[in-house]
Design a protein around this ligand. Structure first.
Ligand SMILES: [Ca+2]
Ligand SMILES: [Ca+2]
Ligand SMILES: [Ca+2]
Ligand SMILES: [Ca+2]
Length: 185
């Protein structure tokens, strides 16, 4: 009797999966009885993978794929609270966009756009420090120059002892990011 019930449940699950044209493949690659990878298929193509790398039963990494099998996005739960707090998106025009939820309140706090050269090396980064859609700083990895938008003007950063700053009449002044903008101290 017990065996019969299990068979019915199993068949029902397959039927639902076929009707929606999607199914999930569960992978226990080291055969320890714990599923550490879930592969989601739609129209026979892998659309995303869920990973439980530390095997605590919660997904801690998700990889998204496009129709060609390219990775288009990557999410990670860095503090193991079952909420993704880091996301990276990859685009065909040799750019990527990264988001981070630093205080783990499920709202992203900062983002940056990375540009790559033809060889795939990072060449340029634009930072939105407060995640309001406005770029606050930019950094060229080619000439190692960082600029910060101060009162609407891009001004070269003269970093000193880990602090950001500007030079005015050869005098160094620290700048801090406060109330959504860079301010000269
Ligand atoms: Ca986990
Ligand atoms: Ca998290
Ligand atoms: Ca946040
Ligand atoms: Ca901003």
């Amino acid at each position: 009797m017990k065996l019969k019930i299990i068979t019915i449940i199993s068949l029902t699950f397959i039927s639902i999966a076929c009707a929606s044209n999607t199914f999930i493949k569960k992978v226990d690659s080291d055969a320890d009885g714990i599923i550490e990878k879930y592969i989601y298929f739609k129209n026979d193509k892998c659309v995303k993978e869920h990973y439980d790398k530390d095997k605590d039963g919660n997904v801690d990494c998700i990889v998204y794929y496009d129709e060609k099998g390219n990775v288009v996005a990557f999410e990670v739960d860095t503090n193991n609270d079952s909420k993704m707090d880091a996301r990276d998106e990859f685009f065909e025009n040799r750019t990527s966009k990264s988001y981070r939820d630093d205080n783990k309140d499920s709202k992203m706090d900062r983002s940056w756009i990375t540009y790559y050269d033809e060889l795939g090396n990072k060449s340029y980064i634009e930072y939105d420090i407060n995640y309001d859609g406005i770029i606050d700083s930019k950094f060229s990895l080619v000439d190692k120059i960082r600029e910060n938008r101060i009162n609407g003007v891009w001004i070269r950063d003269h970093e000193k002892d880990g602090k950001h700053g500007i030079k005015q009449n050869n005098v160094w002044k620290e700048i801090i990011f406060e109330d959504k903008k860079w301010k000269i101290c």
